[in-house]
Design a protein around this ligand. Structure first.
Ligand code: C5P
Length: 415
Protein backbone atom coordinates (compact mmCIF):
# COMPACT_ATOMS: atom_id res chain seq x y z
CA UNK A 1 0.00 0.00 0.00
CA UNK A 2 2.85 2.37 0.74
CA UNK A 3 4.42 4.01 -2.28
CA UNK A 4 8.16 4.38 -2.73
CA UNK A 5 8.13 7.96 -1.42
CA UNK A 6 5.59 7.55 1.36
CA UNK A 7 8.02 7.30 4.26
CA UNK A 8 11.72 7.48 5.06
CA UNK A 9 13.33 4.18 4.15
CA UNK A 10 15.46 2.42 6.76
CA UNK A 11 18.79 1.29 5.30
CA UNK A 12 18.35 -2.11 3.66
CA UNK A 13 21.35 -3.61 5.48
CA UNK A 14 21.57 -1.67 8.75
CA UNK A 15 24.07 -4.14 10.28
CA UNK A 16 26.43 -4.23 7.30
CA UNK A 17 29.92 -5.31 8.37
CA UNK A 18 28.97 -5.97 11.99
CA UNK A 19 30.43 -9.01 13.75
CA UNK A 20 27.87 -10.45 16.13
CA UNK A 21 28.39 -13.32 18.51
CA UNK A 22 24.97 -14.82 19.21
CA UNK A 23 24.82 -16.79 22.45
CA UNK A 24 21.77 -19.01 22.66
CA UNK A 25 20.39 -19.88 26.10
CA UNK A 26 18.32 -22.90 27.09
CA UNK A 27 14.72 -21.83 26.71
CA UNK A 28 11.87 -22.81 24.39
CA UNK A 29 12.32 -19.45 22.63
CA UNK A 30 15.62 -20.79 21.26
CA UNK A 31 13.70 -21.79 18.11
CA UNK A 32 13.13 -18.10 17.40
CA UNK A 33 16.88 -17.51 17.47
CA UNK A 34 17.15 -19.57 14.29
CA UNK A 35 15.01 -16.96 12.57
CA UNK A 36 17.06 -14.26 14.31
CA UNK A 37 20.25 -15.57 12.66
CA UNK A 38 18.61 -15.25 9.24
CA UNK A 39 17.43 -11.72 9.95
CA UNK A 40 20.81 -10.63 11.30
CA UNK A 41 22.52 -11.97 8.19
CA UNK A 42 19.91 -10.39 5.92
CA UNK A 43 20.71 -7.12 7.70
CA UNK A 44 24.36 -7.52 6.72
CA UNK A 45 25.89 -8.90 9.92
CA UNK A 46 28.38 -11.74 10.20
CA UNK A 47 27.10 -14.10 12.87
CA UNK A 48 28.87 -16.73 14.94
CA UNK A 49 26.83 -18.82 17.33
CA UNK A 50 27.62 -20.26 20.75
CA UNK A 51 25.10 -22.40 22.60
CA UNK A 52 24.65 -23.39 26.23
CA UNK A 53 24.07 -27.04 27.17
CA UNK A 54 20.42 -26.19 27.78
CA UNK A 55 19.99 -24.57 24.38
CA UNK A 56 21.04 -27.83 22.73
CA UNK A 57 18.04 -29.53 24.35
CA UNK A 58 15.76 -27.31 22.28
CA UNK A 59 17.58 -26.76 18.97
CA UNK A 60 20.50 -28.55 17.38
CA UNK A 61 23.85 -26.90 16.67
CA UNK A 62 23.49 -28.18 13.11
CA UNK A 63 20.49 -25.89 12.51
CA UNK A 64 22.47 -22.86 13.65
CA UNK A 65 25.46 -23.98 11.60
CA UNK A 66 23.34 -24.20 8.47
CA UNK A 67 21.80 -20.77 9.03
CA UNK A 68 24.95 -18.93 10.15
CA UNK A 69 27.25 -20.60 7.64
CA UNK A 70 29.80 -20.95 10.45
CA UNK A 71 30.80 -23.75 12.81
CA UNK A 72 28.81 -23.51 16.05
CA UNK A 73 30.55 -23.54 19.43
CA UNK A 74 28.95 -25.61 22.17
CA UNK A 75 31.65 -26.25 24.76
CA UNK A 76 34.91 -24.95 26.16
CA UNK A 77 36.39 -28.42 25.95
CA UNK A 78 36.47 -28.96 22.19
CA UNK A 79 40.16 -29.10 21.26
CA UNK A 80 39.55 -28.93 17.50
CA UNK A 81 37.24 -25.90 17.78
CA UNK A 82 39.65 -24.18 20.16
CA UNK A 83 42.43 -24.68 17.66
CA UNK A 84 40.38 -23.18 14.84
CA UNK A 85 39.41 -20.11 16.91
CA UNK A 86 40.05 -20.07 20.66
CA UNK A 87 37.23 -18.81 22.86
CA UNK A 88 39.23 -15.71 23.85
CA UNK A 89 39.80 -14.98 20.16
CA UNK A 90 36.06 -15.43 19.55
CA UNK A 91 35.27 -13.03 22.40
CA UNK A 92 37.65 -10.50 20.80
CA UNK A 93 36.30 -11.08 17.28
CA UNK A 94 32.81 -9.88 18.19
CA UNK A 95 31.91 -6.20 18.06
CA UNK A 96 28.76 -7.07 20.04
CA UNK A 97 27.59 -10.11 21.97
CA UNK A 98 23.86 -10.83 21.72
CA UNK A 99 22.30 -13.31 24.13
CA UNK A 100 18.96 -14.61 22.88
CA UNK A 101 17.11 -16.09 24.56
CA UNK A 102 18.60 -15.00 27.88
CA UNK A 103 17.02 -17.27 30.50
CA UNK A 104 16.58 -16.31 34.16
CA UNK A 105 19.44 -18.62 35.07
CA UNK A 106 21.75 -17.21 32.41
CA UNK A 107 20.99 -13.64 33.56
CA UNK A 108 21.81 -14.67 37.14
CA UNK A 109 25.09 -16.24 36.11
CA UNK A 110 26.06 -13.26 33.97
CA UNK A 111 25.19 -10.87 36.81
CA UNK A 112 27.42 -12.84 39.15
CA UNK A 113 30.32 -13.09 36.71
CA UNK A 114 30.29 -16.89 36.41
CA UNK A 115 32.59 -18.50 33.88
CA UNK A 116 31.68 -22.15 34.22
CA UNK A 117 30.63 -22.80 30.65
CA UNK A 118 31.38 -21.50 27.17
CA UNK A 119 28.73 -18.75 27.03
CA UNK A 120 29.43 -17.21 30.44
CA UNK A 121 33.18 -17.40 29.79
CA UNK A 122 32.78 -15.62 26.46
CA UNK A 123 30.71 -12.88 28.13
CA UNK A 124 33.35 -12.36 30.80
CA UNK A 125 36.22 -12.39 28.31
CA UNK A 126 34.77 -9.88 25.86
CA UNK A 127 35.18 -6.11 25.94
CA UNK A 128 32.45 -5.75 23.31
CA UNK A 129 29.09 -4.37 24.40
CA UNK A 130 26.58 -7.02 25.44
CA UNK A 131 22.88 -7.21 24.58
CA UNK A 132 20.49 -9.54 26.39
CA UNK A 133 17.10 -10.55 25.04
CA UNK A 134 15.34 -12.17 28.00
CA UNK A 135 12.70 -14.85 27.60
CA UNK A 136 11.10 -16.82 30.41
CA UNK A 137 7.91 -17.50 32.34
CA UNK A 138 6.34 -14.22 33.43
CA UNK A 139 6.56 -15.04 37.15
CA UNK A 140 10.26 -15.79 36.78
CA UNK A 141 10.67 -12.50 34.91
CA UNK A 142 8.86 -10.51 37.59
CA UNK A 143 10.70 -12.20 40.48
CA UNK A 144 12.78 -9.68 42.46
CA UNK A 145 15.87 -11.88 42.01
CA UNK A 146 15.62 -11.65 38.20
CA UNK A 147 14.88 -7.93 38.33
CA UNK A 148 17.86 -7.34 40.65
CA UNK A 149 20.13 -9.29 38.27
CA UNK A 150 18.85 -7.22 35.39
CA UNK A 151 19.44 -3.97 37.26
CA UNK A 152 23.02 -5.07 37.90
CA UNK A 153 23.56 -5.88 34.24
CA UNK A 154 21.97 -2.60 33.11
CA UNK A 155 24.25 -0.76 35.53
CA UNK A 156 27.19 -2.34 33.74
CA UNK A 157 25.95 -0.97 30.44
CA UNK A 158 24.28 -4.12 29.14
CA UNK A 159 21.57 -3.37 26.56
CA UNK A 160 18.26 -5.11 27.31
CA UNK A 161 15.79 -5.84 24.50
CA UNK A 162 12.35 -7.06 25.58
CA UNK A 163 10.75 -9.22 26.78
CA UNK A 164 7.34 -8.68 25.21
CA UNK A 165 3.98 -9.12 26.86
CA UNK A 166 1.76 -11.87 25.47
CA UNK A 167 0.97 -15.58 25.40
CA UNK A 168 3.74 -17.75 26.83
CA UNK A 169 4.64 -21.34 25.96
CA UNK A 170 3.04 -22.76 29.12
CA UNK A 171 -0.40 -21.47 28.13
CA UNK A 172 -0.13 -18.47 30.43
CA UNK A 173 0.20 -14.85 29.46
CA UNK A 174 2.39 -12.00 30.66
CA UNK A 175 5.77 -10.36 30.12
CA UNK A 176 8.33 -12.97 29.12
CA UNK A 177 8.13 -13.52 25.36
CA UNK A 178 11.36 -13.17 23.43
CA UNK A 179 11.22 -10.04 21.28
CA UNK A 180 10.54 -10.72 17.62
CA UNK A 181 13.67 -11.12 15.49
CA UNK A 182 12.84 -7.98 13.49
CA UNK A 183 12.52 -5.94 16.69
CA UNK A 184 15.90 -7.25 17.90
CA UNK A 185 17.53 -6.34 14.57
CA UNK A 186 15.99 -2.85 14.74
CA UNK A 187 17.20 -2.30 18.32
CA UNK A 188 20.72 -3.46 17.44
CA UNK A 189 20.78 -1.18 14.40
CA UNK A 190 19.69 1.76 16.57
CA UNK A 191 22.61 1.28 18.95
CA UNK A 192 25.54 1.02 16.57
CA UNK A 193 29.19 0.38 17.26
CA UNK A 194 31.85 0.87 14.62
CA UNK A 195 32.05 -2.05 12.21
CA UNK A 196 35.64 -2.66 13.17
CA UNK A 197 37.15 -0.87 16.13
CA UNK A 198 40.34 0.70 14.76
CA UNK A 199 43.27 -0.84 16.57
CA UNK A 200 45.75 2.08 16.44
CA UNK A 201 45.32 2.32 20.22
CA UNK A 202 46.22 -1.34 20.75
CA UNK A 203 48.53 -1.47 23.76
CA UNK A 204 48.63 2.34 24.06
CA UNK A 205 48.51 3.52 27.69
CA UNK A 206 45.60 5.90 28.17
CA UNK A 207 45.10 7.68 31.49
CA UNK A 208 41.71 9.36 31.94
CA UNK A 209 40.30 11.42 34.78
CA UNK A 210 36.52 11.60 35.05
CA UNK A 211 33.65 12.79 37.20
CA UNK A 212 33.46 15.52 39.82
CA UNK A 213 35.56 16.02 42.90
CA UNK A 214 34.09 16.48 46.37
CA UNK A 215 35.85 18.89 48.69
CA UNK A 216 34.90 18.19 52.28
CA UNK A 217 33.82 21.03 54.58
CA UNK A 218 33.13 18.88 57.62
CA UNK A 219 32.23 15.21 58.26
CA UNK A 220 28.82 15.59 56.57
CA UNK A 221 29.15 18.34 53.93
CA UNK A 222 31.18 18.91 50.82
CA UNK A 223 31.52 21.28 47.88
CA UNK A 224 30.91 19.35 44.66
CA UNK A 225 29.70 19.88 41.12
CA UNK A 226 27.21 18.41 38.66
CA UNK A 227 29.60 16.39 36.52
CA UNK A 228 28.14 12.91 35.89
CA UNK A 229 31.36 11.35 34.62
CA UNK A 230 29.57 10.02 31.52
CA UNK A 231 31.93 11.60 28.98
CA UNK A 232 35.11 10.32 30.66
CA UNK A 233 33.61 6.85 31.14
CA UNK A 234 32.48 6.73 27.49
CA UNK A 235 36.04 7.61 26.42
CA UNK A 236 37.48 4.94 28.73
CA UNK A 237 35.07 2.29 27.38
CA UNK A 238 35.78 3.21 23.76
CA UNK A 239 39.56 3.27 24.27
CA UNK A 240 39.47 -0.15 25.99
CA UNK A 241 37.45 -1.56 23.08
CA UNK A 242 40.22 -0.33 20.78
CA UNK A 243 42.73 -2.34 22.75
CA UNK A 244 44.22 0.49 24.85
CA UNK A 245 45.46 -0.13 28.39
CA UNK A 246 43.09 2.23 30.16
CA UNK A 247 43.41 3.60 33.69
CA UNK A 248 40.44 5.65 34.86
CA UNK A 249 40.89 7.93 37.86
CA UNK A 250 37.34 8.63 38.92
CA UNK A 251 35.65 11.04 41.26
CA UNK A 252 32.38 9.96 42.92
CA UNK A 253 29.95 8.83 40.17
CA UNK A 254 27.09 6.39 39.72
CA UNK A 255 28.48 4.52 36.73
CA UNK A 256 29.80 0.98 36.44
CA UNK A 257 33.43 0.44 35.44
CA UNK A 258 33.63 -0.29 31.69
CA UNK A 259 34.99 -3.74 30.76
CA UNK A 260 38.75 -3.94 30.51
CA UNK A 261 39.35 -0.66 32.37
CA UNK A 262 41.40 -0.33 35.58
CA UNK A 263 39.59 2.16 37.82
CA UNK A 264 40.98 4.10 40.75
CA UNK A 265 38.38 5.84 42.93
CA UNK A 266 39.18 9.19 44.49
CA UNK A 267 37.14 11.89 46.18
CA UNK A 268 38.97 15.22 46.35
CA UNK A 269 41.04 17.22 43.86
CA UNK A 270 44.14 16.51 45.97
CA UNK A 271 43.49 12.76 45.85
CA UNK A 272 42.85 12.93 42.11
CA UNK A 273 46.14 14.75 41.57
CA UNK A 274 48.05 12.18 43.60
CA UNK A 275 46.44 9.23 41.78
CA UNK A 276 46.97 10.74 38.31
CA UNK A 277 50.63 11.63 38.93
CA UNK A 278 51.29 8.16 40.36
CA UNK A 279 50.05 6.58 37.09
CA UNK A 280 52.52 8.47 34.88
CA UNK A 281 54.14 7.82 32.49
CA UNK A 282 51.38 7.14 29.97
CA UNK A 283 51.00 7.73 26.25
CA UNK A 284 47.84 9.83 26.44
CA UNK A 285 46.29 11.81 29.29
CA UNK A 286 42.67 12.90 28.95
CA UNK A 287 41.55 15.28 31.68
CA UNK A 288 37.78 14.84 31.50
CA UNK A 289 37.17 15.36 35.21
CA UNK A 290 35.45 18.46 36.56
CA UNK A 291 38.09 19.19 39.16
CA UNK A 292 37.22 21.69 41.89
CA UNK A 293 39.18 24.92 41.42
CA UNK A 294 38.88 25.73 45.12
CA UNK A 295 38.82 23.66 48.27
CA UNK A 296 38.01 24.68 51.86
CA UNK A 297 41.07 25.99 53.62
CA UNK A 298 40.22 23.84 56.60
CA UNK A 299 38.14 20.73 56.98
CA UNK A 300 36.29 20.99 60.24
CA UNK A 301 36.70 17.78 62.25
CA UNK A 302 33.23 18.35 63.67
CA UNK A 303 29.95 19.24 62.01
CA UNK A 304 29.76 23.02 61.51
CA UNK A 305 26.95 24.41 63.67
CA UNK A 306 24.64 27.33 62.99
CA UNK A 307 25.89 30.45 64.76
CA UNK A 308 23.01 31.97 66.78
CA UNK A 309 22.24 35.49 65.64
CA UNK A 310 24.32 35.27 62.45
CA UNK A 311 22.70 35.15 59.00
CA UNK A 312 25.83 34.51 57.04
CA UNK A 313 28.60 31.97 56.95
CA UNK A 314 31.87 32.79 55.24
CA UNK A 315 33.86 29.88 53.90
CA UNK A 316 37.50 30.43 53.12
CA UNK A 317 38.52 28.51 50.00
CA UNK A 318 41.98 28.03 48.55
CA UNK A 319 43.02 27.19 44.98
CA UNK A 320 43.63 23.54 44.14
CA UNK A 321 46.56 22.44 42.01
CA UNK A 322 45.79 22.34 38.28
CA UNK A 323 46.28 18.64 37.56
CA UNK A 324 46.07 19.04 33.79
CA UNK A 325 48.70 21.78 33.66
CA UNK A 326 50.94 19.77 35.95
CA UNK A 327 50.62 16.66 33.78
CA UNK A 328 51.26 18.67 30.60
CA UNK A 329 54.43 20.11 32.15
CA UNK A 330 55.88 16.59 32.33
CA UNK A 331 56.67 16.50 28.62
CA UNK A 332 58.77 13.33 28.74
CA UNK A 333 56.07 11.37 30.55
CA UNK A 334 53.43 11.69 27.81
CA UNK A 335 52.93 11.87 24.06
CA UNK A 336 49.56 13.65 24.03
CA UNK A 337 47.71 15.70 26.63
CA UNK A 338 44.00 16.40 26.12
CA UNK A 339 41.94 18.80 28.22
CA UNK A 340 38.27 19.65 28.42
CA UNK A 341 36.75 23.08 28.72
CA UNK A 342 33.18 23.62 29.82
CA UNK A 343 32.24 27.20 29.02
CA UNK A 344 29.04 29.18 29.21
CA UNK A 345 30.17 31.83 26.65
CA UNK A 346 33.07 32.85 24.38
CA UNK A 347 33.86 29.16 24.01
CA UNK A 348 36.64 29.42 21.42
CA UNK A 349 38.43 32.30 23.13
CA UNK A 350 38.54 30.59 26.53
CA UNK A 351 39.29 27.15 25.11
CA UNK A 352 42.20 28.40 23.01
CA UNK A 353 43.44 30.35 26.02
CA UNK A 354 43.57 27.14 28.08
CA UNK A 355 45.21 25.24 25.23
CA UNK A 356 48.10 27.72 25.29
CA UNK A 357 48.28 28.46 29.03
CA UNK A 358 48.22 24.81 30.09
CA UNK A 359 50.48 23.66 27.21
CA UNK A 360 47.95 21.15 25.90
CA UNK A 361 48.02 19.29 22.59
CA UNK A 362 44.25 19.30 22.24
CA UNK A 363 41.26 20.78 24.03
CA UNK A 364 37.65 19.66 23.75
CA UNK A 365 35.27 22.51 24.45
CA UNK A 366 31.58 22.41 24.99
CA UNK A 367 29.02 24.99 25.89
CA UNK A 368 27.31 24.28 29.20
CA UNK A 369 24.21 25.87 30.61
CA UNK A 370 22.21 25.18 27.43
CA UNK A 371 19.49 22.56 27.07
CA UNK A 372 20.35 19.11 25.73
CA UNK A 373 24.04 18.81 26.45
CA UNK A 374 26.88 19.14 28.90
CA UNK A 375 26.66 18.10 32.52
CA UNK A 376 24.37 15.22 33.51
CA UNK A 377 23.16 14.76 29.93
CA UNK A 378 23.62 11.67 27.73
CA UNK A 379 24.15 14.00 24.78
CA UNK A 380 26.90 16.42 23.99
CA UNK A 381 28.14 18.68 21.23
CA UNK A 382 31.74 19.85 21.20
CA UNK A 383 34.46 21.62 19.27
CA UNK A 384 38.05 20.45 19.48
CA UNK A 385 40.90 22.94 19.12
CA UNK A 386 44.59 22.31 18.59
CA UNK A 387 47.41 24.65 17.67
CA UNK A 388 46.66 24.84 13.97
CA UNK A 389 43.20 23.40 13.62
CA UNK A 390 39.75 22.78 14.95
CA UNK A 391 36.91 20.31 14.40
CA UNK A 392 33.21 20.54 15.21
CA UNK A 393 31.32 17.60 16.64
CA UNK A 394 27.57 18.19 16.31
CA UNK A 395 25.27 17.03 19.10
CA UNK A 396 25.23 13.26 19.52
CA UNK A 397 25.19 10.59 22.24
CA UNK A 398 28.24 10.78 24.50
CA UNK A 399 29.08 7.18 23.52
CA UNK A 400 29.20 8.22 19.85
CA UNK A 401 31.06 11.43 20.60
CA UNK A 402 33.65 9.36 22.48
CA UNK A 403 34.32 7.31 19.34
CA UNK A 404 34.69 10.45 17.21
CA UNK A 405 36.97 12.09 19.77
CA UNK A 406 39.14 8.98 19.91
CA UNK A 407 39.47 9.08 16.11
CA UNK A 408 40.75 12.65 16.42
CA UNK A 409 42.99 11.83 19.40
CA UNK A 410 44.51 8.98 17.36
CA UNK A 411 45.12 11.37 14.45
CA UNK A 412 46.80 13.91 16.74
CA UNK A 413 48.94 11.16 18.30
CA UNK A 414 50.33 10.42 14.86
CA UNK A 415 50.59 14.09 13.79
O1 C5P B 1 40.60 25.87 33.71
P1 C5P B 1 39.49 24.88 33.71
O2 C5P B 1 39.17 24.32 35.05
O3 C5P B 1 38.25 25.31 32.98
O4 C5P B 1 40.09 23.69 32.79
C1 C5P B 1 39.38 22.51 32.58
C2 C5P B 1 40.35 21.41 32.32
O5 C5P B 1 41.37 21.43 33.32
C3 C5P B 1 39.71 20.05 32.40
O6 C5P B 1 40.38 19.19 31.49
C4 C5P B 1 39.97 19.63 33.84
O7 C5P B 1 40.01 18.22 33.98
C5 C5P B 1 41.32 20.27 34.13
N1 C5P B 1 41.55 20.70 35.53
C6 C5P B 1 42.49 20.04 36.29
N2 C5P B 1 42.74 20.46 37.58
C7 C5P B 1 42.08 21.51 38.10
C8 C5P B 1 41.11 22.20 37.32
C9 C5P B 1 40.87 21.76 36.04
O8 C5P B 1 43.09 19.08 35.82
N3 C5P B 1 42.34 21.87 39.34
Amino acid sequence: MTGPHSHAQAPARPLEGRKLLLCVGGGIAAYKSLELVRRLRDAGARVQVAMTEGAQQFVTPLSFQALSGQPVRTTLWDGAAEQAMGHIELARWADRVVIAPATADLLARLANGHADDLVTTLCLATTAPVTVCPAMNHRMWLHPATQANLALLRGRGVQVIGPEDGPLAEGESGPGRLSEPDAIVAALAADPVPAAAPDRLNGVRVLISAGPTYEDLDPVRYVGNRSSGKMGYALAAAAARRGAQVVLVSGPVQIATPPGVRRIDVRSAAQMREAVLAELPADIYIGAAAVADYTPQQVSPQKLKKTPGSHTLVLELVRTADILAEVAAQEDALKLVVGFAAETHDVEKYARGKLVDKHLDLIIANQVGIAGGGFESDQNAATAYWADGQRDFPGTAKTQLAEQLLDLITERLDA
